[in-house]
Design a protein around this ligand. Structure first.
Ligand code: ADP
Ligand code: ZN
Length: 448
């Protein structure tokens, strides 16, 4: 009985960490400035790479007087992490490191992310905020289908869920039928995975004649890859749940950097831990608040690997506005995509998630697609391969051509680009178990 009433009281709490999550901006910025000064000094004194970079840039830690001075600091890029692989950017002796993760290497050689005990604790707190904002509560049976291992997703969610006090079921990813059986048998109320894996689970469940909408599942927290708003709605419908979002990157400790609230209108950034900027990806000059560009993060409290002005390659916009949830943390738009995945087709910048949104508006196709880029003469040609619904595909080549023309017209109408569309058969596209591979670049390396 006593336990029950405790859970009930905690459940009604609106925020995980009210003090920071609702801190007035001026106060938050004062806190950020103090932490920024400390971090720059920490990095300068302990990491030879930053000592050299700051000396070259002619700025000493004492030169940081306001948040605007951030612009004086040098950037850090993924290659800096690779060049210093594995522990060259570690600010503490390995004796003080209690965990090392590595990126999944979507875009090349892995990079390492070391944590001190304090880093792990803060990461856990950030994740708990994220999950709490999504509506996860101690009573939840939490099925964690992020890959467990070097990837930060599995353990990051595990820690946050454990801190909240959920019954965590660490299924990891890959054994999709077992996910569905356990979801049913255990009565999971919350699911955690990449959005593309959630879709794989939903699809497999339908094949097994399990209607997830009839199960107790009520929330999902999805992240680690770009997904469109249309994809969110698709997952919400197929599973009968609220699909919330998590954002993060190994270089800044993993998931828990940002999260959306139930307003589902932008991703709040844990601003007391991460100082965000948007810069023009070409000139690297900061852009005015509200303009689109590359997202940059400076870690404010990390001990083992406090990266300064890390270039995420993620393209988004920041907004400082009142949110109905009451949180004061700045919001960013859903990530449009990584600049690495941006295609330039007939002079137009194209992100896979834009095509994804449009495909989801065509009832004759499944939300299973990939984009193939080829050279046709001097021009880049984009081929959209998307699975037709079974009856459409089976109706024969004429029907498929008709649907392909419809998809082409829809993309042309909304994005102004001419693409080729192939309606492919069911299961032509590999099902994702983690991060989906959306772009296949078949252009000769030297012509990309
Ligand atoms: P890798 O770089 O090898 O994929 P990470 O797991 O560190 O390894 O990936 C971090 C990246 O994943 C982010 O920089 C971003 O591009 C992407 N990402 C993470 N969460 C989201 C999200 N909610 N929406 C869009 N992209 C995301
Ligand atoms: Zn909010």
């Amino acid at each position: 009985m006593a336990t029950q009433s405790r859970a009930a009281k905690e459940d009604s709490r609106k925020y995980w960490d009210e003090k920071f999550e609702t801190m007035p901006t001026a106060e938050l910025q004062k806190f950020q400035l103090r932490k920024l000064k400390e971090t720059v000094a920490w990095a300068y004194e302990r990491i030879p790479f930053y000592h050299r970079k700051l000396d070259e840039a002619g700025i000493k830690p004492g030169g940081i007087k306001s948040l605007d001075d951030l612009a004086k600091l040098p950037f850090t890029v993924k290659n800096d992490l690779r060049d210093n692989y594995p522990f060259g950017l570690c600010a503490v002796p390995l004796r003080e490191v209690v965990r090392v993760h590595a990126s999944s290497g979507t875009t090349g050689k892995p990079i390492t992310g070391p944590y001190t005990a304090e880093d792990l604790d803060q990461w856990t707190e950030c994740m708990a905020r994220n999950l709490w904002a999504a509506g996860v509560r101690p009573d939840d049976i939490a099925q964690n289908a992020y890959g467990h291992g070097l990837f930060t997703g599995g353990l990051g969610f595990h820690q946050g869920l454990s801190r909240i006090g959920c019954a965590v079921v660490p299924t990891s990813s890959g054994l999709t039928e077992r996910e569905i059986t356990l979801m049913k048998d255990f009565g999971a109320t919350a699911l955690f995975s990449t959005p593309s894996y959630a879709l794989t689970i939903a699809e497999r469940a339908a094949e097994l004649k399990v209607d997830i909408r009839e199960l107790p599942l009520r929330i999902g927290v999805f992240g680690a890859e770009p997904w469109s708003t249309a994809m969110r709605q698709e997952i919400e419908e197929r599973m009968g749940i609220k699909a919330q979002e998590a954002y993060g990157l190994t270089e800044q400790g993993g998931p828990g950097v940002g999260f959306d609230c139930i307003a589902q209108d932008g991703i709040h950034l844990n601003e007391d831990h991460f100082l965000a900027e948007i810069v023009d990806p070409v000139t690297l000059e900061p852009v005015p608040l509200g303009e689109k560009g590359e997202l940059i993060f400076t870690a404010l409290q990390r001990r083992a690997m406090p990266l300064l002005r890390y270039r995420t390659k993620d393209i988004t916009r920041l907004r400082r506005e009142k949110c109905p949830c009451g949180r004061t943390f700045i919001k960013m738009d859903k990530i449009f995509g990584r600049s690495d995945d941006m295609l330039i087709i007939s002079g137009v910048n194209v992100f896979p998630s834009q095509i994804e949104s449009l495909l989801l508006e065509i009832p004759e196709v499944e939300p299973q697609y990939r984009l193939v880029v080829r050279k046709k003469g001097y021009l880049d040609q984009l081929i959209v391969q998307v699975e037709g619904k079974k009856d459409i595909y089976d109706a024969g080549p004429e029907k498929r051509l008709e649907v392909a023309a419809k998809v082409m017209g829809h993309i042309k109408g909304h994005m102004g680009i001419g693409v080729e569309v192939e309606i492919v058969e069911a299961k032509f596209i590999n099902r994702s178990e983690g991060k989906a591979l959306r772009v296949v670049d078949e252009r000769p390396k030297q012509l990309r």
